[in-house]
Unconditional design. Structure first.
Length: 305
């Protein structure tokens, strides 16, 4: 994989080949700046959609200055609140995992952030570890919940081979510069028969077919650099040591102010965005939430071969 050159921004990787099949044969799906920061291409050989070049790899450089700012809405507090709002969604995934692995055991959450979900996993009988690139929120997880958190990203030599019975990775794989390598690393850390739960937006959904570049997981997420359909994610899992055992098409729980924000993103109009934001603040829509299942997310459960 090429590394950033003098003509790329800090935190970038540069031009890449298809992460699934290795081909350097693609068609441009969205030019740079048309859907989001990146130029987005589709591999002509296997259909994987990805950013090329990768100008922003936020999972490798994400670092809040200090964890108290996580609770300040102007400096990330909104994301902290989002973890609480979407906890019921994550618990649905955990219930399925508990059915697939009734004996529990050791579990790794990749991208554990403030530890809110990881703490709930522990109350379900799992021996838990988190992997988190942001030192501030990792320290918060340790202080608040007494959790075992490893600092950093994959690959992670500090985590032993065939050590875990399960891995949770929710809304992380789309940020990874080399998801195939990271799936092989997860397979290394899982015991044979261990379960991986991976959730990410899907780009064979009705929403994407209708909205195209305005789809919320594309048009508002410059840090997303891989855009999986159900078939491309399944093939990537199967190619890198996993057997897919269950696929769910799911939605998200979100506050109504976040819903209005997403509608503003879809509109691609600054005027509409400002009007929706004003209405949201006037009506205090951050106090209300709902689960909306547009089937635009995929949650896949796979066993390590």
């Amino acid at each position: 994989m090429k590394r950033a050159g003098s003509d790329t921004v800090e935190g970038s990787v540069g031009l890449v080949k298809c992460n699934q099949c290795g081909a350097d044969d693609y068609s441009v799906r969205f030019p740079k700046g048309f859907a989001q920061l990146h130029r987005i291409v589709t591999c002509n050989q296997c259909g994987l959609m990805y950013a090329n070049p990768q100008e922003l790899v936020d999972c490798e450089r994400f670092q809040l200055e200090d964890y108290p700012k996580v609770f300040d809405e102007a400096n990330g507090g909104q994301y902290f609140r989002k973890q609480h709002v979407q906890l019921p969604d994550n618990l649905r995934a955990l219930r399925v995992l508990n059915e697939l692995a009734p004996k529990r055991g050791r579990l790794l959450e990749i991208g554990s952030f403030c530890g809110i979900f990881l703490d709930r996993i522990r109350t379900n009988g799992w021996d838990v570890t988190g992997l988190e690139p942001d030192r501030g929120v990792a320290d918060y997880s340790r202080a608040k919940y007494g959790l075992n958190i490893v600092d950093g990203v994959l690959p992670q030599p500090a985590l032993a081979s065939e050590h875990f019975d399960a891995v949770m990775m929710l809304h992380v794989i789309e940020h990874m510069p080399d998801p195939a390598e990271n799936l092989r690393e997860i397979r290394r850390m899982l015991k044979p028969g261990g379960v991986l739960v991976v959730e990410t937006p899907r780009f064979d959904s009705l929403m994407f077919k209708i909205l195209g570049r305005r789809e919320r997981s594309l048009g508002n997420c410059n840090g997303h650099i891989y855009f999986f359909t159900v078939p491309t994610l399944r093939r990537m899992l199967e190619k890198n040591g996993f057997e897919v055992i269950k696929i769910e098409l799911v939605g998200r729980t979100l506050t109504f102010d976040r819903l209005f924000f997403n509608l503003g993103v879809i509109s691609r109009s600054n005027l509409v965005k400002r009007w929706l934001d004003s209405m949201s603040r006037t009506l205090h829509l951050d106090r209300f939430s709902a689960h909306i299942n547009a089937r635009d997310m995929q949650r896949i459960y796979a066993r390590a071969k």
